[in-house]
Design a protein around this ligand. Structure first.
Ligand SMILES: [Fe+2]
Length: 124
């Protein structure tokens, strides 16, 4: 029986049929590589281009943060639930960080499962 974490696809772990889905399902995180402590900055998570029909769509996008030195991780920063045809799978959020860490984005497609990507952010 697989642990839940092993059910999440990524650019590195996709095999077989999933390889063809990497470009359209792996979220892309737009965020600065370095930020100043407690200074607001914007993060954008984009999925796709991906079909956006009732039969096939990105249903959910989530953003987590693994904070260096924190005893328990990750922190859920933001998530959106999407309605097909009317909404695009783009999550925008303004963050303030005090410690460096790694942003993790998850996207859920109703046909192709859960996809992950990550990006390191250094706090100076
Ligand atoms: Fe899909």
């Amino acid at each position: 029986m697989k642990a839940f974490g092993n059910l999440i696809y990524s650019r590195e772990t996709a095999t077989g049929e999933a390889i063809a889905k990497v470009e359209t399902h792996t979220p892309k995180i737009e965020a600065p590589e370095k930020v100043k402590s407690n200074e607001a900055f914007e993060v954008k998570v984009i999925v796709g281009p991906h079909p956006n029909t009732i039969e096939h769509h990105v249903k959910r996008v989530e953003l987590y943060f693994y904070e260096e030195g924190r005893p328990f991780n990750p922190i859920l920063l933001a998530n959106i639930e999407l309605t097909p045809m009317y909404t695009e799978p783009i999550l925008k959020v303004t963050l303030r960080l005090k410690k460096s860490g790694i942003l993790y984005a998850l996207a859920y497609c109703n046909l192709h499962g859960l996809w992950e990507t990550r990006k390191e952010v250094k706090v100076e």
